[in-house]
Design a protein around this ligand. Structure first.
Ligand SMILES: [Ca+2]
Ligand SMILES: [Ca+2]
Length: 491
């Protein structure tokens, strides 16, 4: 299978095109500006179209809000699309691999164009400081794209809690002349791992990381008994039940400063004093110990502290107790670009969830439901040992092999889209929310579905239209004109 994504070159300057649209909107030439946006989008691949939309949605936020208040019906669909452009983005299919068969949506885009794909995510998801930092020359900005995992996940598919590198960390840099460049660390991690979780239990000799004192004997809770090699206990007891809870950075913007990490004291990042002072609710702890960070974690929200660093991880183990970690093969280039200006002393780090909220919630739920079957441990499976069980000298020679793709099916039938829509609509008609959610999940989990994003948005629009229709029905027996086209799109 060759790269399924569009690989044609394009000469668009995404930033400049978006700026012309933004200027028109701000000057009240609304129809002309939105027409220009459609022209600029014409013929571009989806990642470029999405970047244009995000830049426009973020750069003309006030003007667009004014248009929404004015309820300009002829622009309703575009305004809705631009509103959605500020939501959690789709993770661009990207890999550092030079293998032409590995899916890559950024193939043949210039450095400046690739920069705009990710910088537009910073603008859509970051705060004002991040927006401004993108406009400084000789300056770098950091972006994290998170894919949700259980803290029990491991690279070999077992549930020993050693972590997976399925998130992307991006450095965006403008040099002294304003030239745009980037590095995408496509083997990165933004989530803690269960090997540090107190819920993995204690034999009476397991140590607390902070005090170095042994933790009293404690039986592992639930599936945490699969953690075969618990490490020193990290985290904090957030809900007061006497067991410490691992924490994860919430999506948002965090100002970072330089730091050192580990036995080798390598260069890294940590939150600045200002970030900590303004870091209310920036950490969520897994208080219900199911391996996920959700609103079900009662008392789980806490203020940021400066232990949430960005540092180097291991070959087969992300070594994260809450830090963002990068695989050794990607780390040096990431840091080289991040520290290209030796005088830079503040970095805005924007962390975002990926895929739409609808898919995210469904995915977490379904992962949780299916996890025991899918991740069943097999004690005989020792062929891909983690760092603990195989000393460095015995590791396989040559380039290490990483799981390039998420464990979902790599191929989907041509008709998957139709099959999904059929099931989605049938389930909707029956009012079977469970079946509809499961159809949505299965569809949303296929990373190579070309129309993923379009359908994701349409599903959201469909949900909204249903909500609107429900509200409408309570006041009027007839469905409004507005909901009809949205329902048709959802179909
Ligand atoms: Ca992840
Ligand atoms: Ca939880």
């Amino acid at each position: 299978m060759t790269n399924p994504h569009i690989a044609d070159k394009t000469d668009i300057d995404i930033r400049a095109s978006a700026d012309r649209v933004i200027e028109g909107l701000q000057q009240g030439r609304q129809a002309e500006a939105l027409r220009l946006l459609e022209q600029e989008r014409q013929g571009e691949r989806p990642v470029v179209q999405e970047a244009l939309d995000r830049y426009v949605a973020a750069g003309a936020r006030d003007a667009l809000a004014g248009m929404r208040r004015a309820e300009l019906s002829e622009h309703a669909a575009t305004l809705e699309r631009l509103g959605d452009a500020l939501a959690a983005p789709r993770m661009p299919a990207f890999s550092q691999s030079t293998d032409p068969t590995v899916p890559n949506e950024l193939t043949n885009l210039s450095q400046a164009q690739q920069y705009d794909v990710y910088a537009s995510i910073v603008e859509a998801r970051g705060n004002r400081a991040a927006f401004d930092a993108l406009r400084h020359n000789d300056h770098s900005v950091l972006l994290g794209l998170r894919q949700e995992n259980s803290t029990l996940a491991s690279h070999d598919g077992r549930i020993t809690g050693t972590g997976v590198y399925d998130d992307h960390l991006v450095v965006l840099r403008r040099d002294a002349q304003g030239e745009r460049s980037l590095h995408v660390a496509d083997l990165a991690n933004t989530e803690p791992t269960a090997q540090y979780d107190h819920h993995a239990g204690s034999n009476g000799r397991r140590l607390f990381a902070d005090s170095q004192r042994p933790a009293p004997p404690l039986e592992a809770s639930g599936r945490f008994d699969h953690v075969t090699r618990p490490r020193k206990i990290e985290g904090r007891d957030a809900d007061g039940d006497g067991i410490r809870d691992l924490g994860r950075l919430q999506p948002g913007t965090i100002e970072m400063v330089d730091a050192r990490h580990g036995a080798d004291q390598h260069l890294s990042f940590r939150p600045s004093a200002a970030a900590v002072a303004n870091g209310r609710d920036m950490v969520r702890r897994d208080t219900d110990a199911d391996g996920y960070f959700t609103t079900a974690d009662i008392d789980g929200l806490e203020a940021l502290n400066n232990t949430f660093k960005i540092h180097r991880g291991g070959q087969w183990n992300t070594f994260s107790a809450g830090c963002q970690t990068i695989h050794p093969d990607r780390f040096d280039e990431f840091m080289r670009l991040a520290y290209a200006n030796s005088n830079q002393d503040r970095w805005q780090y924007v962390l975002t969830d990926t895929t739409t909220g609808l898919f995210r919630d469904v995915r977490v739920e379904v992962q949780r439901d299916q996890a025991p079957q899918r991740e069943a441990p097999d004690p005989r499976r020792l062929d891909i040992p983690d760092e603990e069980r195989r000393p460095p000298a015995q590791r396989p020679h040559g380039l290490p092999e990483y799981p390039r793709d998420r464990p979902q099916a790599l191929r989907i039938p041509e008709t998957a889209e139709d099959a999904y829509l059929e099931r989605f609509l049938a389930a909707s008609e029956r009012g079977d929310l469970e079946a509809r959610r499961s159809a949505t999940h299965e569809y949303g989990s296929q990373p190579r579905v070309q129309a993923f994003d379009r359908q994701g948005r349409e599903s959201l629009a469909f949900e909204r239209a249903l909500e609107a229709a429900t509200r409408e029905v309570t006041t009027s027996p007839v469905m409004t004109q507005d909901t009809q086209p949205a329902l048709a799109r959802g179909a």
